[in-house]
Each structure stands twice: as structure tokens, then as C-alpha cells.
Design a protein around this ligand. Structure first.
Ligand code: NAP
Ligand code: HSE
Length: 431
């Protein structure tokens, strides 16, 4: 018996998936029975780079998710609505779902997985995080016996591509962003990439799997890369760091599986010796730390048609295997079972190092005043150096030891009141 797919969307990911499924050279024997039965798009007139029978393309996506002939709905259209409603309707109609839509899953996962569990179908999302990197199934299956305490990831290909090119070529942010869009890495609205929101969606999904609890997206702190300047990239380089947009989820007490977790996305100074420092271009990497496994790093292309199609197709393959096995019991390694929310600590309680760049009057005693303000709030400094001038103003770069973020912010508030301090152009966390 053939397995019929209804694919919602034929853009970068949909086209890559159709190409992969049509290429008999790549086909796993189980995929030989898969039929691309319907593909839903917005416009029938748009030129396409894949050839499909005319009867397959439709603009009626509702008809796809309710069609009794379809077994699996592959949602690669993106966006929140109508994607959410179509996924829910597919589930209500007894269809398994494959989706690459981290935005919809991180916001509506609660509703979607509850509906799927009730309907006895699976919602698979390998392509939603890390593009072509298998990370969802490893967290759900291969690593599930471990007690995970930290996930540190470069999970947005667009921003990693931009930062890497700014670092190696001294390119301008806007030129590199245009290239990322042309190459199909960026979201339809690249704000989600650049402002850290796409990475926040992804770390919420990974944290939920790693810590077996639901995550409210509004609890995930996120900061993007718009403010990263060539000056900071150069200072970071001199100090032995590279700047990366990191998505981090960790237990505040690694040894306690009951301690609250911190979930955040921000540009970070990463020591050049750290494994994540060498991840460049559109590549992503996810470093998973737990017991008894120690450290595992998953690395690969984080965006793009072929890479993402590989992840979508692996989910399709898993579902075909399920459909070919006659059982009415859901496989607990494929389904999403947790119901409760994780306890997230506020950013003020975060313990981290900071890099800060100050522009000040070039007067005697300024460095001493900065040191006093930091000392007043228990902020211990690793280094403080006057590095040069910008016009009349002296440029001072500070790197702290581990501090409580709330204490550091209070010190900065006091520093802002010093007459000698002109501006604080940069404030970045250090890994
Ligand atoms: P895309 O290139 O913009 O393609 C979207 C497709 O969906 C287009 O074919 C569009 O139809 C169709 N579509 C969108 N809204 C529709 C609507 N309301 N009704 C009918 N059709 C609609 O997007 P993409 O880059 O492939 O991304 C798709 C999903 O995969 C997103 O959730 C994204 O976050 C995720 N993802 C993307 C990548 C990547 O590298 N691009 C990687 C991982 C995950 P038309 O063609 O007629 O306009
Ligand atoms: N826009 C996303 C990125 C696509 O750049 O990582 C992959 O999820």
C-alpha cells in the first residue's frame, strides 16, 4: 500500500524535499512507496524548479489536510497562521504531521502535541532546529537516558553566516544579510533571524526536549546581532575571542535535575579554543552536556534547501515505517509526552562574565572610578584596559569575572551617572 503525502508549501524547503523524494538515487527502500499526492502553494503561476503533474499543485490547503486519501501532511509553508490551524486540522483528520516550523511549534507546541497525543498521531520536527543536523531524534532517543544539564548552540545559520563574514572579511552587515537571503537561509522576514527570535524558538524546543518540560517562549531572553560592530569584533579578536550568537539552556545547578533552568539567546564572546568558536558560515552546532555521556557536539549545515530537506525526509521515513507497522499503540520515543512547564530563572540571577566597552573623557582617574563602581556592587574585574581613542574620547574595555547579572546592571547604572562617562556602546556576555 502506498503512503500519500500532502505537502503545504513549495518554497526553499518544500522544493528541496520534493527534489530529494523524486531523486531515486537517494531513496531508502521504505520511501519507494511514497507518493507526492498534493502540494499546496499560494500562487499557481509562480515558476517552479521542480516538475509535478498539474493535478498535484493546488491553492486549496484546507482540502489537503482534510483529504481522506492523505496519510502524512508535511508543513513547510512557515508562519504562524494558517500554518497552526492547518496542522491542527490535519491532526483532527488523523494525519501524521512533519513540520519545519519552529515558530509555530515554540508558540503552539502545547496545543499541537496535546491534540496529536489525543488523536494518536505523531508530529515530527527534525527540520525545525539545526537545519540538516539530526538533533531532535538524538535528544528524544539516543541521549534520552542521560541527565542533561547544558545545551549551548549556534542554531541560526543566517546570523552565523553574517558574523563569520564580518569577522573574516570585515564586510558590512546589510550586504551579508542580502547574500543570506539570496541563498535561502534567512526567514521570509529576516528580523526573526537578526534579532535572535528564530534562535529563541529553537532553544525553547531543545530545552523542552532536554529538560522534559514545556517552555513558555516569553520566558526565553533574546538579544540579536544588530548592535555588533566591527570594533567589537576586532577587540574580541585581540582578547582571544570570537563573537557568536549563542542559544543556551542550562540547569542553574548542574548536579541537580530539580534545579530551575536558564534559557537565553545573546551574542557572546567565545574563547577561540572553545569547540563552538570554529563553527563558521551557515553551519550550526549544538553542544549537549550531561551525565553520564559528558559532552556531545552535533555539527552541520543549519539552513538551506538540501540540508533541511534531508531532515524533513528523515521524519517522513520514520512515519512511513510507523504506517507500515500495524500497531495501534503510539511509539513513546516519537511522541511528545511531557505536560508540565519548566521553572525558568530570571536573567538578573544569571551568573556570567561580561565584556563592556566605554567611551569616556580622557581624564586622570577615570579607570579608578569605573573600578570603584564595579567594586561597590561586588563585580570583580578580569581586565580593564584603555585601548585607544575615538575622536576626543578614550576607549576603555572591561572584561569581568563571573558575576550575577543583576549586580553588574546595578554597577552600570551607577557608572552612567559619572560625568566622565560619555557612552557604553557595547555590552556582551562572555562564555
Ligand atoms: P519559503 O521559501 O518562503 O516558502 C514558503 C512556501 O509556502 C511557498 O511555496 C508559498 O507559496 C507557501 N505558502 C506560504 N504561505 C502560504 C499560504 N498562506 N497559502 C498557501 N501557500 C503558502 O519558506 P522556506 O524557507 O521554505 O521555509 C519554510 C519553513 O521551513 C519555515 O517554517 C521555515 O522557518 C522553515 N525552515 C526553513 C529553512 C531554510 O533554510 N529556508 C531551514 C529550516 C526550517 P508560493 O510558492 O506560491 O509563494
Ligand atoms: N532562517 C533560519 C536560519 C533557517 O538562518 O537558521 C533554518 O532554521
Amino acid at each position: 500500500m502506498g503512503v500519500k503525502l500532502g505537502i503545504l508549501g513549495l518554497g526553499t524547503v518544500g522544493t528541496g524535499t520534493v527534489q530529494l523524494l523524486q531523486n531515486s538515487g537517494f531513496r531508502h527502500p521504505l520511501l519507494q512507496s511514497v507518493e507526492i499526492y498534493r502540494v499546496g502553494v499560494r500562487s499557481l503561476d509562480k515558476p517552479r524548479t521542480v516538475t509535478l503533474p498539474e493535478s498535484v499543485l493546488t491553492t486549496d490547503l484546507e482540502a489537503i489536510v482534510t483529504d481522506p486519501a492523505i496519510d502524512i501532511v508535511v508543513e513547510v509553508m512557515g508562519g504562524l497562521e494558517p500554518a497552526r490551524s492547518l496542522i491542527l486540522k490535519a491532526i483532527q483528520n488523523g494525519k501524521h504531521v512533519v513540520t519545519a516550523n519552529k515558530a509555530a511549534i515554540s508558540r503552539f507546541g502545547d496545543e499541537i502535541f496535546s491534540a496529536a497525543n489525543q488523536a494518536g498521531v505523531y508530529v515530527m520536527l527534525e527540520a525545525a532546529v539545526g537545519g540538516g543536523i539530526p538533533v531532535i531524534q538524538p535528544l528524544k532517543q539516543s541521549l534520552s537516558v542521560n541527565s542533561i544539564h547544558t545545551i549551548t548552540g549556534i542554531v541560526n545559520g543566517t546570523t552565523n553566516y553574517i558574523l563569520s563574514r564580518m569577522q573574516t572579511e570585515g564586510s558590512h552587515f546589510s550586504d551579508v544579510l542580502a547574500d543570506a537571503q539570496r541563498l535561502g537561509y534567512a526567514e521570509a522576514d529576516p528580523t526573526a533571524d537578526v534579532d535572535g527570535l528564530d534562535a529563541a524558538d529553537k532553544i525553547a524546543i531543545l530545552a523542552s526536549l532536554a529538560f522534559s518540560g514545556r517552555i513558555k517562549l516569553e520566558d526565553v531572553y533574546s538579544e540579536g546581532i544588530r548592535q555588533i560592530s566591527k570594533t567589537d569584533i576586532a577587540y574580541a579578536e585581540k582578547l582571544g575571542f570570537v563573537i557568536k550568537l549563542l542559544a543556551i539552556a542550562n540547569r542553574t545547578t548542574p548536579s541537580s535535575s530539580l534545579s530551575p533552568i536558564s534559557v537565553r539567546v545573546h551574542p557572546t564572546l567565545v574563547p577561540k579554543t572553545h569547540p563552538l568558536a570554529s563553527i563558521n558560515g551557515v553551519n550550526n552546532a549544538i553542544l549537549i552536556e550531561g551525565e553520564p555521556i559528558g559532552q556531545v557536539m552535533l555539527f552541520g549545515p543549519g539552513a538551506g534547501a538540501g540540508a533541511t530537506a534531508s531532515a524533513v525526509s528523515s521524519d517522513i521515513l520514520n512515519l512511513v515505517a510507523v504506517l507500515k507497522t500495524s500497531t495501534s499503540v503510539q511509539n513513546s520515543l516519537l511522541k511528545c509526552g511531557h505536560q508540565d512547564y519548566c521553572q525558568i530563572v530570571p536573567m538578573a540571577e544569571l551568573i556570567t562574565r561580561f565584556y563592556t566597552r566605554f567611551l569616556t573623557q580622557d581624564q586622570p582617574g577615570v579607570i579608578g572610578k569605573l573600578g570603584t563602581c564595579f567594586g561597590n556592587h561586588g563585580v570583580s574585574l578580569e581586565s580593564i584596559v584603555q585601548t585607544g581613542f575615538q575622536g576626543e574620547l578614550a576607549e576603555i574595555v572591561v572584561v569581568t569575572h563571573d558575576v550575577r547579572e543583576g549586580d553588574f546592571r546595578q554597577a552600570l547604572t551607577e557608572i552612567h551617572t559619572l560625568a566622565a562617562v560619555d557612552t557604553i556602546p557595547s555590552l556582551l556576555r562572555v562564555l
